[in-house]
Ligand binder design. Structure first.
Ligand SMILES: Nc1ncnc2c1ncn2[C@@H]1O[C@H](COP(=O)(O)OP(=O)(O)OP(=O)(O)O)[C@@H](O)[C@H]1O
Ligand SMILES: [Mg+2]
Length: 260
């Protein structure tokens, strides 16, 4: 069986550091899949290899069965794969609307010079993209802050703006790097509903998340990595009680302190 996205023997080295090694995993269409693991396990690096930020040293990235290993970020986006970043990347001085609208840029069908002369087709397209942007803002409860500058918003709300920017492009797969980071408890609970709603709208979701309230409650499938290698995978229930996973997490000082 081949998934929507499949990683085969994926690996990358930075100098002497083997950040990801022989990673095999598959994301089926319509699933919500989580990639989890302790800090520094290699999760963001995996996302960077899928989205063309890093070129893998070994292995393959398959998209709908096609090899896209090493494709540029622009090409990956054009295939319908959109992502958020662990460190927020918004245009701070632009409004929420403008930031989200920017996510449509690959979709514009008209040529730039048609914008200069202001053709009717160009105006029609602009109106359609603006309407689509407003619809996504409403869906994510961001319509009230549409005209606010991104920089003026709380960190948690800025994360939602990033999420909106991925969705406005009508992707097939969204890749979310710690969407719950900086969210308070109520916001993180809301995020669960948002992720379900994204999936129900036909978008497959792959996420990295430390917030176990999100990971355990929304995912169909979890892959656990530690030191760049897969140590377990399965349902939330199976992974939660897996001895290798428990050890990977409890082996960390801060987690051990939390448990004490
Ligand atoms: N460009 C790079 N150059 C050198 N080392 C890197 C680079 N990118 C990542 N690494 C290293 O690869 C390892 C995995 O990092 P990565 O950011 O993927 O971890 P992570 O699982 O996302 O951690 P966190 O939960 O803290 O976000 C780390 O040791 C990191 O220092
Ligand atoms: Mg990371």
């Amino acid at each position: 069986m081949s998934g929507l996205l499949e990683l085969r023997g994926l690996g990358i080295s930075f100098g002497g550091l083997r950040a990801v090694d022989d990673l095999n995993m598959s994301v089926e269409e319509g699933q919500i899949v989580a990639l989890i693991g302790p800090n520094g396990a290699g999760k963001t690096t995996v996302f960077n290899m899928i989205t063309g930020v890093y070129k893998p040293t070994d292995g393959q990235v398959l998209w709908q069965g096609r090899d896209i290993t090493g494709a540029s970020p622009h090409r990956v986006a054009a295939l319908g794969i959109r992502r958020t970043f662990q460190k927020i990347r918004l245009f701070p001085q632009m409004s929420v609307f403008e930031n989200v609208r920017a996510g449509c840029h690959l979709q514009a069908r008209q040529h730039w010079w048609q914008g200069l002369v202001g053709t009717r087709a160009q105006r029609r397209e602009e109106a359609a993209l603006a309407e689509r942007t407003h619809a996504v803002l409403r869906r994510l409860g961001l319509h009230k802050v549409a005209d606010e500058r991104a920089v003026s918003l709380s960190y948690g709300v800025q994360r939602r703006v990033e999420l909106a920017r991925t969705l406005v492009a009508e992707p097939k797969l969204v890749i979310l790097d710690e969407p719950a980071a900086g969210q308070n408890e109520a916001e993180s609970a809301e995020l669960n509903d948002t992720i379900f709603a994204i999936r129900d709208s036909g978008v497959t979701v792959l996420l990295v998340e430390h917030d176990m309230n999100v990971v355990m409650n929304v995912t169909d499938h979890i892959v656990v990595i530690n030191f760049g290698r897969k140590i377990a995978e399965g349902s939330a229930e199976a992974v939660r009680t897996d001895p290798a996973v428990v050890e990977a997490y409890l082996g960390r000082d801060d987690e051990a302190e939390d448990a004490a």
